[in-house]
Design a protein around this ligand. Sequence first.
Ligand code: HEM
Length: 372
Amino acid sequence: AAQVDFYGERQAGITTPQQERLMFASLDVTTTDADELQRLLGRWAAMAARFTQGKPVSDSPGKPLAPPFDTGEAEDLGAYSLTVTVGFGASLFDDRFGLAGKLPAALKPLGTVPGDTTMRENFTGGDLCIQACADDPQVVFHAVRNMVRAARGTATLRWSQLGFGRASATGAGQTTPRNLMGFKDGTNNIHADDTAAVQEFVWVGDETDQQWMNGGSYLVARKIRMEIESWDTDDLEDQEKIFGREKSSGAPLTGGEEFTAIDFNRTGDDGEPVIDINSHVRLSSPEANGGVRLLRRGYNYTDGQDPDTGKLAAGLFFICYQRDPHAQFKVVQARLGSTDLLNEYIAHIGGGVWACPPGVTAAGDWFGKRLF
Ligand code: HEM
């Protein structure tokens, strides 16, 4: 199975062509010892380097009378393009580890963002995050499970999320997949081969007030539940009006094919804009947000059935990467949050913001080495 290099100047899993499966985990650090935290980040780096080559935790199985070093469920599977991306939440930067002065301005709390009112504490925040992506569900589960296991005594799992289908295209030549509303998602995304856009909107540069983040990127996650049952009673014309695109082809309602530029100025016979002024594509577009763009890398998810309502508990686990969440995610979400036609059918129920430091460059190095 295909492999993605783990070691490098930048963390993999950001501009890497998006894999089919996700397991995302948020952890809280329980130790107050900064050395112990660094040892964990080192252990994680060593494990991730092995997992991304399709190898178990150790070449040795361990001793017969002790638990095996590796939990074993990925033994015959291979790497499946696994990437393991690690991030630090704002809550890590306190006096526990002497990191209070190292909090980047870009990681400071976003303040009130529309959509926040429905967020649930048990799916929100966390000191550390792990984003594991691969083309096999058991490979991502195995990576997170073993990393959480290795954290015992140092950090505990706060919440986690499985994603079963990529809901974005990030690579040249990747066909655009569909989200659970049946629409192509990722058409106007930043694609990895657009190096100018990646440089401008994704990677943190010299401008940062915290040089340990130079070469990293900020991850914003939003667990967005879809009101699937009511969406499924909406007529096609209204569904297309909400997004501003045709459902089947993904083409803008102003014509052409999927990748034809959207003509926001076109008006119909009735004199109204063809792309509704409150459509999702208009409100999230760079044209409506001072030129701002995001690299979206989300996944479809389901948690089965909501025990309280009997409805499908499913939606989009939205992930985006950027240089500065205050100047990018917050700006776009503020615009979407007030008048997006889509809001009738979605609710933000969890998520967080994490600073993903530059890559782990060699064996013996660890996630965020320059931070300490
Ligand atoms: C575009 C779906 C939430 C930002 C789109 C498109 C779809 C879509 C179908 C058009 C195709 C494309 O260009 O990718 C959804 C769904 C959401 C959701 C189902 C929630 C369940 C969000 C959120 C943000 C966002 C929370 C950011 C705050 C964008 C951006 C575009 C986009 C920037 C591209 C606009 C353009 O330049 O044309 N989304 N989206 N979306 N969405 Fe969303």
